[in-house]
Ligand binder design. Structure first.
Ligand SMILES: C[S@@+](CC[C@H](N)C(=O)[O-])C[C@H]1O[C@@H](n2cnc3c(N)ncnc32)[C@H](O)[C@@H]1O
Length: 437
């Protein structure tokens, strides 16, 4: 696919504005992929693009830059929030600057002097919003906090400094500028302050006993300010709407008509999206206790065993699809053959049927909001995470869409291939292009 060219230097500068960098996660797809698909579909200003798995808003930001209206949905409140912030561009820059300077000034000295108070009793309560006292405990109590903030994710000193910034932000008026400050803090804490590495799972990399929270945060806000000044020059940017919700019930949120869908849904690969964003879920106050986390997971597609629940029954939608049933049976056969009996291994086969059943529901809902001729680009990867049974995600989604619903397959493009660590085999990722009939 050719790269989108808008051909004049101001526009080129706008194109390079890295709003995308305000907040990313390990599962974001590259922005050029979206701009290439916008070109390929010849999406025009009068059209509306939907990304039902919007993640960090890559699709929406690219559409907005090109003057195209777009809608995003995500079941993770962190990524829905990030998408919302990244597509709110009508910010009063004078007020932004005033508040930014005041905020930075108010945190500078407390952060600088904190080293002198060390060692201190560490309290987590300020991580949480509005008086919830669940985590009002000392660092010794880490064990009981594991579910919310897993052990060693943030060292004492960096956490303490983070709390100074968070507290100062919480004092500010609750509006779009403050939301930028919140998102920026989350991004900085994950990238520059925490002990986390991503590759692609989240893990504790090297421990940072200290971190330049002030410096990293000030720099982040400076860059965002620079981007805002640039993107505000874009004439007639597209309008954007972001919903926090479940794509399997998208017609309760979106009326349509939706002309194009550009998206990368989860696929059955054992990645727990709530774990990848756990730190942000806590920092932004979206989860305050274990049951909140479960609630978030329940709104998500069943793409891993940590969010399969007894009452799940999306699988009923693919009960008559032999190709999917055979995969589930083969996974279970290999489990029994290996004598694998852990709780998670017993659930492996259910991921396959629950996942594709969930995707059936999404495709069925999309069918209701898309007129005939509307096109979808689904970026998904093949998988072998379950006892190495191959799951050809794009092929199976195409089969569901074309056999059970009113779509035709236009083409499947091999987007990239990556080497699977366990099997040392190349596993392909595809862009599946469908058309609504
Ligand atoms: C592969 S990521 C999308 C990444 C996105 N393209 C980007 O550039 O950031 C898939 C997203 O689907 C979301 N998701 C999972 N189940 C969902 C559901 N039932 N409804 C809406 N979003 C869901 C996850 O929270 C995650 O953000």
């Amino acid at each position: 696919m050719s790269h989108r060219r808008r051909g004049n230097s101001t526009i080129q500068q706008l194109e390079d504005a890295t709003v995308h960098g305000w907040y990313r996660f390990v599962l974001s797809y590259p922005d050029h992929l979206v701009s290439e698909l916008i070109d390929k579909f010849d999406v025009r200003r009068k059209h509306t693009v939907l990304d039902p798995f919007v993640g960090t808003g890559t699709t929406l930001v690219e559409c907005k830059k090109s003057g195209i209206n777009s809608v995003g949905i995500d079941a993770n409140p962190v990524t829905a929030f990030a998408s919302k912030v990244k597509t709110t561009w009508d910010i009063d820059l004078t007020e932004f600057d005033r508040r930014r300077h005041e905020l930075l000034e108010s945190i500078q000295e407390p952060i600088r002097s904190i080293g002198t108070q060390y060692p201190f009793q560490l309290s987590f309560d300020d991580l949480l919003p509005h008086g919830k006292v669940l985590l009002e405990q000392s660092v010794d109590d880490y064990e009981s906090l594991k579910l919310l903030l897993p052990k060693n994710w943030l060292s004492e000193m960096p956490l303490r400094k983070t709390l100074i910034v968070k507290r100062a932000i919480d004092e500010l008026p609750d509006d779009a500028i403050t939301d930028i400050f919140r998102l920026a803090l989350s991004a900085v804490v994950v990238a520059d302050v925490s002990n986390l590495g991503f590759g692609p799972e989240v893990y504790v990399a090297k421990r940072r006993e200290d971190a330049d929270v002030y410096g990293a945060y000030a720099e982040k806000l400076r860059r965002i300010r620079q981007d805002l000044a640039t993107i505000q020059q874009i004439p007639n940017p597209g309008t954007t709407t972001v919903y926090y919700g479940d794509a399997r019930r998208l017609t309760t949120l979106v009326e349509g008509p939706i002309d194009y869908v550009i998206t990368s849904p989860p696929y059955p690969n054992e990645k727990d999206y709530t774990r990848i964003t756990r730190l942000e879920l806590i920092l932004l106050g979206f989860i305050t206790e274990k049951s909140d986390l479960r609630q978030v997971k329940k709104e998500m597609l069943r793409s891993h065993t940590r969010n399969i629940y007894v009452a799940d029954n999306d699988s009923v939608h693919v009960a008559d699809v032999p190709e999917i049933q055979e995969i589930a049976q083969e996974i279970e056969r290999r489990r029994i053959e290996r004598g694998a009996t852990s709780g998670f291994e017993r659930l492996y086969h259910r991921v396959a049927t629950e996942y594709f059943g969930g995707m059936y529901r999404v495709l069925e809902q999309l069918q209701q909001v898309m007129p005939p001729g509307g096109k979808l680009a689904l970026v998904v990867g093949d998988q072998m995470s379950y006892f190495r049974v191959p799951i050809h995600t794009a092929r199976l989604l195409s089969l569901i869409a074309c056999r059970m619903l009113h779509y035709t397959e236009v083409e499947t493009i091999v987007w990239r291939a990556r080497r699977a660590t366990a099997t040392r085999m190349d596993i392909e990722e595809h862009i599946l292009i469908l058309e609504r009939q």
